[in-house]
Unconditional design. Structure first.
Length: 271
């Protein structure tokens, strides 16, 4: 089986169902790597591509199984590695809005007029930011297990100096076992910045939810998940067209309950 190459000449990881190459593009001070099946298959039957955005500490290969299902249905699939992850460059700044801007810049670079966005955890921040900033671009929005930020300083006072929870530690441990390459490539210098953003008030994000016009599907895990049910109710009320689906597994639904994930998301995305 042939192996694709990156624009820098390094071999790209191959998957049994498709050979794709890794491309890198530069946006301001960071280079973003992505895979695009649209350049590799000739049977794409939908004009609307799907972009899959991974969570913190992972990379785009977490989506390989789901991407297979989408490609089989004739969908073009675009899978970036977020800054500081996978084959993308490390940088000095890891603000949530910057992750979102990278995704939006990639959409613009590829000339996309419409796109379906799927984001897990940190990737949920990225795709929701895009849907707020450019509502007309996003046709369908799927957010999986995004830890929801605080809304006020009063909440912050209650959660200061909080230690990592058992779900957070379990997800990190299982990710290391299942995808050691992604964890090793991850820029661990972002951890403190990311956790600080997860745990401090983010009123601008909450205010932007009403700008989302795409039908939105929010997937939350069970006891091992990281989504506050009270805040999720507030999100569901703020987004004009939002459906919530609950699962019994933990933080990574697409990984640990992939068939249930596909059963919920594939019909929602449609064609």
């Amino acid at each position: 089986m042939a192996v694709g190459t990156t624009c820098g000449g390094a071999p790209a990881r191959s998957v049994p169902w498709l050979i794709v190459t890794v491309t890198r593009v530069s946006f301001d001070d960071v280079r973003i790597a992505y895979r695009d099946t649209g350049a590799a298959v000739g049977h794409v039957s939908s004009d609307i591509p799907v972009m899959l955005v991974h969570g913190m500490g992972g990379d785009g290969h977490t989506w390989d199984r789901f991407a297979h299902q989408l490609v089989q249905r004739g969908r073009r699939v675009i899978i970036p590695d977020l800054r500081g992850h996978g084959r993308s460059a490390h940088t000095d700044s890891y603000l949530f809005s910057e992750f979102g801007a990278d995704v939006l810049n990639l959409c613009d670079r590829l000339g996309l007029d419409s796109v379906d966005l799927v984001g897990h955890s940190l990737g949920g921040y990225a795709v929701s930011w895009v849907a707020m900033q450019r509502p007309e671009l996003v046709r369908r929005l799927v957010i999986e297990e995004q830890p929801l930020p605080l809304r006020s300083g009063d909440e912050q006072m209650k959660l200061t100096r909080r230690l990592p929870t058992i779900p957070e530690l379990w997800h990190a441990t299982t990710s290391l076992i299942r995808h050691p390459g992604a964890v090793l490539a991850f820029d661990r210098s972002m951890t403190g910045t990311a956790l600080e953003q997860f745990r401090k008030p983010y009123p601008e994000w909450w205010e932007g939810l009403s700008e989302i016009t795409a039908p939105t599907l929010f997937l939350r895990g069970g006891p091992g998940g990281m989504v506050d049910p009270d805040k999720l109710a507030q999100l569901s009320a703020a987004v004009p067209d939002c459906t919530v689906r609950a699962f019994t597994c933990g933080h990574s639904i697409h990984r640990d309950r992939h068939r249930e994930f596909e059963a919920a998301v594939l019909p929602f995305l449609g064609h």
